[in-house]
Ligand binder design. Structure first.
Ligand SMILES: Cc1cc2nc3c(=O)[nH]c(=O)nc-3n(C[C@H](O)[C@H](O)[C@H](O)COP(=O)(O)O)c2cc1C
Length: 190
């Protein structure tokens, strides 16, 4: 009887752990490409979603050959440990303890992670340390190793899966490549 009770309790604990294991998708998108990947993730998994928004509205990061966006990234590169290097974003209220997996979607800016996503991770990277992290990165053509380095710097204890790189010309097939990536990396499925 005692054994049965313990087995039942263990079974219940395992079942509730499975129910509680949740995925959070955090993304930033300036021109809408990563947003398409985020929609594909949302359609194919049961994730909660947070969109990062810069506090200062209406800025054109791509004007003059990406000059504003590149200046923001440069500022972070030169002083990565200084909070004032990071552009302000709208407040994000999230209880990270609810999630065991975090998918991060971000564009590449000047070989680095887009500055607003760096701001989010600068403030929250420690709260998602130890979790399974999937990185979705978009660029026009540049390779994404600099973005992966930023992610590892900002989430020091992250348990990273293989990243998904989607070039801006490939977004018509975003649902397919996202589905393949989610499956190959054991990320959340419905
Ligand atoms: C400020 C800025 C800098 C960029 N720098 C690069 C770059 O160095 N190499 C590259 O291949 N693409 C670069 N891009 C292009 C974006 O990474 C690409 O268009 C991406 O798909 C945009 O994603 P989004 O639509 O979600 O913002 C840059 C875009 C911006 C706005």
């Amino acid at each position: 009887m005692k054994k049965l009770l313990i087995a039942t309790l263990l079974g219940l604990t395992a079942a509730s752990a499975q129910v509680q294991a949740k995925t959070l998708l955090v993304y930033y998108s300036f021109t809408g490409n990563i947003e398409k990947a985020a929609v594909a993730v949302k359609d194919q998994t049961s994730t909660d979603v947070i969109q990062i928004q810069p506090a200062q509205k209406g800025l054109n990061y791509a004007a003059n050959n990406y000059s504003l966006g590149s200046d923001l990234v440069d500022q972070i590169r030169s002083k990565p440990n200084d909070p004032s290097s990071y552009p302000a974003i709208d407040p994000v209220d999230v209880d990270f303890s609810k999630y065991d997996t975090v998918i991060i979607g971000t564009p590449l800016w000047w070989s680095n992670m887009a500055a607003p996503m760096q701001t989010f991770l600068f403030h929250n990277g420690k709260a998602i340390a130890g979790k399974k992290i999937g990185l979705i990165v978009s660029s026009a053509s540049s390779g994404i190793s600099g973005v992966e380095r930023d992610a590892r710097r900002l989430i020091p204890e992250g348990n990273f899966t293989k990243s998904l790189w989607i070039r801006s010309s490939q977004f018509s097939s975003a649902p397919k490549v996202v589905a393949e990536w989610l499956k190959a990396n054991g990320l959340a499925s419905k």
